[in-house]
Design a protein around this ligand. Structure first.
Ligand code: ATP
Ligand code: MG
Length: 461
């Protein structure tokens, strides 16, 4: 059965499963089954009328069936309600352009770019600017400003390097030597062991590896629910082997300069090579491949190709360079990333089990005025909590205790009861992730990619 067929079957059997229906609608769009896509998104909207992705999906399906002006009307309504949705602005721009409304399309495109998650689209840009003779924003996209939670932020002049401060220009300050080790991380034994086998030993014994015809290096991709230690363990890996650590969010690369992303990416790899042994850490790698079908002809595609060429070592030798990637959305990652020599090793980072939570709780309590901590008892009461959720318990408890201490003029210890009470007010965050992951694992498990997720959920393959 093709992927579309199995999704169609699954969607039919589970009509109320919104993530699955979305997946099915998306698959229909990709296979140009526009009418079916239309039906799938309409169905989701009957279940949840405000579902933004379904509203965008519906507009795309309408456009595919030739009803572009209706798609425009619907997206205009959506961006009026939800102006923070970059994808809505981008599609609106495409449809306006298709309707011949270039000026409006341009405005929408520029809005989409400065929002979080906004990605350049070279093909659209060409239509919007070059032929129209208008100034393309690529010379300095940062002048457009950025949207923050507080509203629009006026851009600051980033100087001549072409990089805003803190990014890979001459004064790139992102090279660090973390003084964090595996001891600072609670639990995660299987992941630590895999990292030792796949990263640490090969780097320490390259000759031994070569003798077996294996190459040290390459990439390891960590995936799993948010807040479960992917970023933390990446930094600790660098600490363990005393390597330099360079971390960059893909969004940062994409945001820097439209059309310059490839150059920026190359500079970043060069910087890491100059600082070898080094770990180059790409957070949110999925952003590179987000919505890649839409990006097929666009800037995203060339950026991906640049990334792959850099990873393959086609551009320069990657000796002593380890590439780690992390993502919450492995389903958005282009399969090309997973070929040998690229992210060929993939590790699932699950939520901490009870023992791991106990260890994390003990680590979090260090250096805080906690009296009579019973880490095990708290661990038992925090099922499905991520490491970040556990940290939130301590942060809140510290705040409360501090507020009291201010009033009383002395330290007020945090008690076990305080911690348990705070824990009750925090909703564990990992379950939502598994709701999506489960659908992919069940219906889109090519090459057994999600076997670890299935095993974690206790589902037989
Ligand atoms: N195993 C752990 N031991 C100690 N602290 C942990 C652990 N896991 C998570 N934490 C705490 O939770 C915070 C968030 O973890 P981290 O940023 O590594 O998660 P992540 O998996 O990268 O999440 P995201 O997918 O959202 O980026 C850490 O800064 C740390 O305080
Ligand atoms: Mg992270």
């Amino acid at each position: 059965m093709s992927q579309l067929e199995s999704l169609r079957e699954a969607a039919r059997v589970s009509p109320d499963n919104i993530p699955l229906q979305m997946l099915f609608g998306e698959a229909c769009l990709n296979e140009f089954a526009a009418d079916e896509a239309l039906g799938a998104f309409q169905h989701v909207l009957r279940l949840n009328p405000s579902h933004p992705e379904a509203r965008i999906g519906l507009a795309r399906a309408l456009h595919h069936t030739g009803r572009t002006s209706e798609a425009v009307v619907r997206l205009e309504a959506l961006v009026a309600e939800r102006p923070e949705l970059s994808a809505a602005w981008l599609h609106l721009s495409r449809f306006l352009m298709a309707e011949g409304l270039r000026d409006q399309a341009r405005t929408c495109y520029e809005k989409s770019l400065v929002l979080p998650g906004g990605l350049p689209d070279a093909a659209l840009e060409q239509e919007l600017y070059l032929r129209g003779g208008a100034e393309k924003p690529s010379a300095d996209s940062s002048r457009l400003g950025r949207v923050t939670s507080e509203g629009w932020e006026t851009p600051v002049d980033s100087g001549d390097s072409g990089f805003p401060s803190g990014s890979p220009g001459d004064g790139f300050d992102a090279v660090e030597q973390p003084d964090l080790s595996f001891e600072d991380i609670g639990g995660m034994e299987p992941v630590k062991e895999e990292i030792r086998m796949k990263i640490i030993y090969p780097l320490k014994n390259p000759d031994l590896f070569r003798a077996y015809g294996k190459k040290a290096g390459g990439g390891v991709l960590l995936y799993g629910p948010p807040g479960c230690g992917k970023t933390l363990i990446s930094r600790a890996t660098a600490g363990e082997i005393e390597a330099n650590f360079l971390s960059i969010g893909i969004h940062q690369i994409l945001e820097l300069y439209i059309g310059e992303s490839e150059k920026n990416l190359h500079k970043l790899f060069e910087l890491a090579r100059d600082n070898a042994p080094a770990i180059l850490f790409f957070d949110e790698v999925d952003a590179l491949a987000a919505d890649r079908r839409d990006l097929r002809k666009s800037a995203g595609r060339t950026l991906i190709n640049q990334f792959l060429a850099e990873m393959d070592g086609n551009v320069a030798s990657n000796d002593g360079l380890l590439i780690l990637g992390a993502t919450n959305a492995p389903w958005h990652i282009d399969p090309a990333f997973r070929r040998p020599g690229r992210f060929d090793r993939i590790l699932f980072v699950p939520p901490p089990d009870e023992g791991a939570r106990e260890a994390i709780i003990s680590i979090l309590a260090k250096g805080k005025p906690v009296s009579q901590l019973d880490a095990r008892a708290l661990a038992q009461k925090t099922r499905d909590f991520s490491g970040a959720d556990l940290k939130a318990i301590f942060d809140t408890a510290v705040e409360r205790s501090l507020a009291q201490a201010m009033k009383q003029g002395q330290v007020v210890p945090i008690t076990q009861r305080d911690l348990i009470e705070v824990a009750k007010s925090i909703r564990p965050s990992t379950q939502a992730w598994f709701e999506s992951a489960k659908n992919y694992a069940l219906y889109s498990n090519q090459g057994g990619f999600y076997n670890d997720v299935l095993a974690f959920l206790g589902i037989k393959k």
